[in-house]
Design a protein around this ligand. Sequence first.
Ligand SMILES: [Zn+2]
Ligand SMILES: [Zn+2]
Length: 365
Amino acid sequence: MKNRQRIILSILLVNLLFAAFALGQSRREINFPDILGYKTLKCDLHMHTVFSDGSVWPPVRVDEAWREGLDAISITDHIEYQPHKDDVPTNHGRSHEIAISRARERNLLLIKGAEFTRETPPGHFNAIFINDANALAVEDLLEGIKIADKQGAFVFWNHPGWKPEHKGWFDFHTTLYENKLMHGIEIVNGESYYPEAHEWCLEKNLTMMGTSDVHQPFTLLETSPDKHRPMTLVFARERSIDAIKEALVEGRTTVWFEKQLIGRKKYLDEIFKESIEIGKPYNKYRETIWVEIKNSSDIDIDLERAGTLGPGQLTLAANATTILRTGTGAKDEEIPAQIELSYTARNFLIAPDKGLPVTLAVDLK
Ligand SMILES: [Zn+2]
Ligand SMILES: [Zn+2]
């Protein structure tokens, strides 16, 4: 090959490489509205790497989370369970140290964390926002959690229904709860939802958490309404680690799990209201009207009629416009300025098996 051809070929190759690089730098964002003046941050605060029993090198967790549209993650390798220790030395802070520069490059918030891993009961607990994971490796679990607390940790109880034969709330949890050493519970972990944990969060005002607890590599290329990891939506005053911590302490979360949002009524109410837009009737025939409803969130909203007007079932598809055809219940000459359709959003869970009551208000004039 002549020199000139070689140079042209190299330029082409370099261009191709940069083109590929540039393509790899965009991601699809996850769509949930900001609410109540807070930013809605998408967080997964429980996962593993080769530094405990996971099968990936730490920066891979950052790449996956970025690609899937997340804002923040925490790598929470097991303190007491180190099956790779013959190959990867035990150093509980190391996964975070290795991942942090990638997180900075990706503008992903990486929160320092670790998982206490004891027999069930009392089970496993994550401590996040810690500053020294190695200091948590002590004999006594309560002592370890107190050390985490002194470091300013937010502590949550992991997968409380993991071992059905041992599930339940034990004295140890009461001790943590009464001493304000446990601040939240996973109501969702991986593929499981724990209704009793959901009840405990409501009763005891604990923060609802939903995490992937992933050990294997994630193979998703992007998040979609149909395929996404379980995550916690955190309503934070800004996109920062401090603001996430403040929001978690105050319980400002909702969990996105499969095709459901699970959280406190006040947050689900707002997400619903901010996600949908109801148009004016664009067609009318006798008592019947046609209206467009736009849902700009990443969740199909499953509605079931709770009142007298509107279809029995209605799905407001994610990121789409749905046509609603409904009777107004009024004769032409007495049409009111507005009608209200009462529904239950069945997949917006405000308690186990309890959907969110919503109203679709349609302006007729
Ligand atoms: Zn665990
Ligand atoms: Zn875990």
